[in-house]
Design a protein around this ligand. Structure first.
Ligand code: ZN
Length: 84
């Protein structure tokens, strides 16, 4: 198990990584980030079919808010930073 500083909240912790991403996060941030990314993937998939997803958009916003408050960022947290 890798130990180090979480890239999201800067706490010393056991670190987890998501395939294809370089950042490493503590378990709590990892869980939030993972759910964010899967939501984002889902939204992109459905939007590519031309449908709209008000419900999923709401879930994504809530997940972003959780992550933003966890790392001490304001409500104006920029999505593109997380979702790149
Ligand atoms: Zn963290």
């Amino acid at each position: 198990m890798m130990k180090g500083i979480c890239d999201t909240c800067d706490q010393l912790s056991e670190l987890f990584q998501i395939n294809g991403r370089r950042d490493a996060n503590c378990f709590e941030c990892h869980v939030v980030l993972r759910s964010l990314l899967s939501l984002y993937e889902l939204i992109r998939e459905v939007e590519s079919t031309g449908r709209e997803l008000p419900e999923l958009g709401e879930q994504l916003t809530q997940a972003l808010d959780r992550l933003a408050s966890r790392v001490g960022l304001s409500h104006t947290f920029n999505r593109t930073v997380v979702l790149q």
